[in-house]
Design a protein. Structure first.
Length: 150
């Protein structure tokens, strides 16, 4: 998407088209949801980015929505320990999910996601010894969130 396309579809364009009215960011969200063909599955899966299902396998904690059983078994067969495997299998690249987002915006969103994952860990698995971290790869312009051993 070009910058020109973003300008005609974003929040700023929404405010401009409705000038003179006081509009909230949630009203913008409602408008996007009403005017785009987005499936209910998408909304449910998107919410899992902020509140994933966390489960325990071999003493480590994994994000169910991102878990790959075959890849886990490959890592075990290579002699990796479960806690090392967890940090890689739980890795979500935010910049790949939101390609039009700036590096700084991706970092801010990643911090929110990480806070949510940490809140879920604290509530559901307070003695886990796992935390969520944001990883910045500045040279590559990539931002990741993962769940790993503290």
């Amino acid at each position: 998407m070009t910058d020109e396309q973003k300008d005609t579809q974003g929040y700023g364009a929404f405010l401009k088209a409705n000038e003179g009215r006081s509009l909230s960011k949630f009203e913008y969200l409602y408008m996007v949801m009403r005017t785009n063909a987005i499936s209910n599955d998408f909304y449910l899966f998107f919410s899992k980015l902020f509140h994933p299902t966390i489960f325990v396998k071999d003493g480590s904690y994994f994000i169910e929505e991102n878990f790959d059983s075959d890849r886990y078994q490959e890592c075990v067969a290579q002699g990796q320990i479960s806690s090392e495997i967890a940090s890689w299998l739980n890795l979500v690249e935010i910049t790949a999910l939101f390609e039009d987002m700036s590096y700084e915006e991706a970092g801010a969103l990643s911090n929110v996601i990480s806070d949510c994952w940490n809140a879920t860990l604290a509530r559901e698995f307070p003695e886990s010894g796992f935390i969520s971290k944001v990883l910045f790869e500045e040279e590559l312009g990539e931002v990741y969130v993962t769940l790993c051993k503290a």
